[in-house]
Design a protein around this ligand. Structure first.
Ligand SMILES: Nc1ncnc2c1ncn2[C@@H]1O[C@H](COP(=O)(O)OP(=O)(O)OP(=O)(O)O)[C@@H](O)[C@H]1O
Ligand SMILES: [Mg+2]
Length: 319
């Protein structure tokens, strides 16, 4: 393994109890440090099983896992908690605790002093787009689903782990909030250089977020590659069927604005209210904006909010 691999799986498999066949067949994977990897697959294909072995919620039946070069079975539970943040579906927030108490759980276990914990809570809530003043004292039931998910994210990042495991974190969220949360997690990941392993069964989400995507089926990894490579060179019949549907709109989800935008067009007209999108936005999202009809182009902005190009129907057609 190299120094740049945050997570390495060697021959990892899992068979539960007396089950007839493995939930995960022997699997080798390397997740580079600082990369955003999505795991895509249908219900029951073994996504959660794989994730839970990485932070030792499940013990593998065979194989070894290394976190930042270290065998996980030799890492103390405390250190593992510090290195790996975990966000689960339906947030898993403690219902009888306020937002601030939820976020403070891991730092308290790690024995941080109150001042440091307090500063950390403010910083994290701001980072996930919740005003500390407004939200610190609320209970989970007083939050919307999307807000709860943001708190779950803040809680998972509390001890500044280098690795984040996220299991269908946005599954229960409506489309608009979901898209906002996706943009948020991309922004956070770019800024903080976390390694993220993110489970989803939504192909659009997998392609939008992942630098690379792990496609799984029935306990086996079918392909592990960049979104465009999966589209251009599907590894087998299963992947081909998944991505080569006749649904052209779906295929637009494989291409990002950055790859096709026109960077030489006229500068943005400050008086025109063109819709805006990010470099990481997919052409599917951009088409949706264009169809909104406010302008005949979408202004693309980078992480620092600088205008870096535009996308019109022409670029989408060419793609
Ligand atoms: N604790 C367990 N005991 C026995 N079998 C289990 C256990 N957890 C999972 N399984 C089985 O392992 C297989 C994979 O389950 P897993 O939870 O990893 O699926 P998944 O891909 O995360 O699905 P979903 O998208 O529905 O969350 C399933 O057949 C499931 O029934
Ligand atoms: Mg699951």
């Amino acid at each position: 393994m190299t120094e740049t691999d945050a997570i390495v799986l060697q021959g990892i498999s899992k068979t539960f109890g007396k089950a007839q066949k493995p939930s995960l067949y022997p699997t080798d994977l390397r997740i580079e440090t600082g990369s955003f990897v999505t795991i895509l697959g249908a219900s029951g294909c073994g996504k959660t099983t794989l994730l839970k072995m990485v932070n030792r919620l499940y013990e593998p039946t065979s194989g070894k896992i290394y976190i930042n070069g270290e065998d996980v079975t030799r890492i103390s539970p405390t250190k593992l908690r510090r290195q790996i943040g975990y966000v689960i579906q339906q947030t898993g927030l403690f219902r009888h605790m306020t937002v601030e108490q939820n976020v403070a759980v891991v730092p308290q276990i790690l024995g941080w002093d109150n001042k440091k914990i307090n500063e950390r809570i403010d910083r994290l809530l701001n980072l996930v787009g919740l005003s500390p003043q407004e939200f610190r004292k609320r209970y989970p039931r007083q939050l919307s689903g999307g807000q709860q998910q943001r708190v779950g994210l803040a809680r998972a990042m509390a001890a500044d782990p280098s690795i984040m495991l996220m299991d269908e974190p946005f599954g229960a969220i409506d489309a608009i909030n979901r898209s906002a949360l996706q943009d948020e997690i991309l922004r956070i990941q770019k800024r903080l250089r976390k390694t993220i392993l993110f489970v989803t069964h939504d192909i659009m989400e997998a392609m939008k977020l992942g630098d690379k995507v792990i496609v799984m089926n029935e306990g086996r990894v079918q392909q592990f590659a960049r979104p465009l490579d999966i589209l251009r060179h599907p590894a087998n019949e299963f992947v081909r069927n998944l991505v080569h549907s006749d649904d052209i709109l779906q295929r637009l989800a494989f291409v990002r604005a950055k790859d096709v935008m026109n960077t030489e067009g006229p500068a943005a007209d400050p008086y025109e209210k063109a819709p805006e999108a990010r470099e990481s936005s997919t052409l599917y999202e951009i088409l949706t904006l264009l169809l909104g009809g406010r302008a005949d182009y979408v202004q693309i902005r980078d992480e620092k909010n600088r205008s870096v190009g535009r996308v019109t129907i022409k670029e989408i057609r060419q793609a």
